[in-house]
Design a protein around this ligand. Structure first.
Ligand SMILES: C[S@@+](CC[C@H](N)C(=O)[O-])C[C@H]1O[C@@H](n2cnc3c(N)ncnc32)[C@H](O)[C@@H]1O
Length: 452
């Protein structure tokens, strides 16, 4: 067997971690990515995939362990793809997140910026308010859980220490009922079957649950009985929605969502504000750290009560409304209709009268807003992982907006976009990473860009 082919076994040193948290080593000059390994470790691996210049491997044995290595507490850690850092001490995770942000800024953006220590959680467990449980059939059995590392096979999880215990309870009860009521699990290979995903959302403020059942087919069989039994068993379940996703592929939710039982939304609190979130709207997954993030935006953007502030990519209006008491006017822009409706509802819920929300793409709405409001004092950017459209950045630069706060969940696109803004005449402040996603390789950042 060639040494550079799937199945070959090797011993090697791990010298770094890539952006996805996998260990990086070398075999004969080629790079190998080894999930679950750590820098400074000597490991034995089996190659699983090879390309010309790089490959991936599975960790077989740690021969020399790094001092930051810990024993995972999760029984599914070895296979479940939900976490990347179950084997890494929490303090070391925070340190790595700061370094990986610094690295992305330098490597991708050519920026040498001051990156503050990552703000972590005092108790980095049971923090997720939203988990997406994949449903499928494997070896003739119905399974429900999270995707296996590097695959779309499902790890049939019994517990997850990242999610609220009520979500774990609901997932277990639902799994039983799906079996008992013979609701056919989705088959990802053949694109047949019915139930694809169960999305569970929790309000930490009031301990209520929302369940979104995603099916391939327009109908959810045995719907009435499922609802009756589940809501009987889990009194905290206050809202059930049905989403139809008829397309093959890995996108979880389809376009159509209908509330089929209970309340149309969950209400979560961040600081003094209450936010209604409907099934298809984005909400930050870590309610506790969201307060840290939004306070950070507030601190980076002191306001006098007079400013016009744009909240672009506003989701359910959450950041803009958080700042509304300090601003003259908030205008949010968002592409998801349900989120815009939630944002309007959230303004009402919090008796905020100086905020309005527009449905549309930020890059399309910005030129109109610049026409309409001659003085825009500050802009908040909180785009999805792909970052901002270049035309939006060009408009902001041309309009010479005095202050921009960029909130990002992807250091790579943050680096790219900050480089464009810097080139366009903005001076970056310090970058503050916030750990919204303990035990994973993901990190959120906030940074103020000031017009020079
Ligand atoms: C990372 S979320 C941020 C939401 C919100 N700021 C928060 O803190 O909850 C990004 C949001 O941008 C929306 N979005 C995606 N592309 C967009 C675009 N081109 N223009 C405006 N909004 C967009 C998504 O629907 C999502 O709600």
């Amino acid at each position: 067997m060639s040494l550079w082919q799937a199945g070959a076994e090797h011993e090697l040193e791990i010298t770094g971690l890539n952006h996805a948290g996998a260990g990086v080593g070398r075999i004969d000059g080629r790079v190998v990515f080894v999930p679950d390994s750590l820098p400074g470790e000597r490991v034995r691996i089996r190659i699983t995939e090879t390309k010309k210049r790089y490959g991936t491997g599975t960790l077989l044995q740690v021969l020399d362990a790094a001092p930051e290595r810990i024993e995972p507490t999760c029984p599914h850690a070895q296979f479940c793809g939900g976490c990347q850092f179950q084997h890494l001490d929490y303090e070391a995770q925070l340190k790595w997140k700061g370094l990986s942000v610094q690295d992305a800024l330098e490597r991708i953006g050519g920026l040498d910026l001051s990156v503050k220590p990552t703000v972590g959680m005092a108790r980095p467990y049971e923090y997720r308010n939203n988990t997406q449980h994949a449903v499928g059939r494997q070896a003739g059995h119905m399974v429900m859980g999270f995707f296996r590392k590097g695959s779309h096979d499902i790890v049939d999880v019994s517990t997850c220490e990242l999610q609220h215990p009520l979500a774990t309870q609901l997932a277990l009860n639902l799994k039983d009922l799906v079996r008992v009521l013979n609701i056919e699990p989705y088959d990802r290979k053949g694109h047949t079957g019915v139930l694809r995903h169960a999305v569970i959302r929790v309000s930490f403020a009031v301990e209520e649950l929302m369940l979104v059942l995603v099916t391939r087919t327009p109908e959810l069989p045995n719907q009435a009985e499922l609802i009756e039994r589940l809501t009987d068993e889990i009194p905290q379940l206050v809202s059930i929605a049905h989403n139809v996703n008829p397309r093959p592929g890995s996108t979880v939710m389809g376009r159509e969502t209908k509330v089929i039982w209970g309340k149309p939304y969950l209400v979560e609190s961040i600081g003094d504000l209450r936010y209604a979130i409907s099934p298809a709207s984005f909400f930050q997954v870590n309610s506790k750290q969201t307060k840290v993030l939004y306070d950070l935006v507030k601190a980076k953007l002191p306001l006098s009560g007079k400013e016009t502030v744009l909240d672009l990519y506003c989701g359910a209006g959450t950041i803009g409304l958080y700042l509304a008491a300090d601003a003259g006017r908030i205008i949010g822009v968002e592409t998801a209709k349900s989120a815009v409706l939630d944002a309007e509802k959230n303004a009402e819920l919090n008796r905020i009268t100086n905020a309005e929300f527009r449905l549309g793409r930020a890059e399309d709405e910005l030129p109109r807003l610049l026409q309409e409001y001659k003085e825009i004092d500050a802009v908040i950017l909180d785009p999805p992982r792909r970052g901002c459209d270049p035309s939006l950045l060009a408009e902001l630069i041309a309009a010479e907006i005095p202050r921009i706060v960029y909130v990002s969940c992807n250091p790579a696109t943050l680096a790219r976009d900050l480089a464009i803004l810097t080139e366009g005449g903005y001076s970056p402040g310090t970058v503050q990473p916030v750990d919204m996603f303990p035990w994973t390789s993901h990190v959120e950042c906030g940074v103020l860009m000031s017009r020079v």
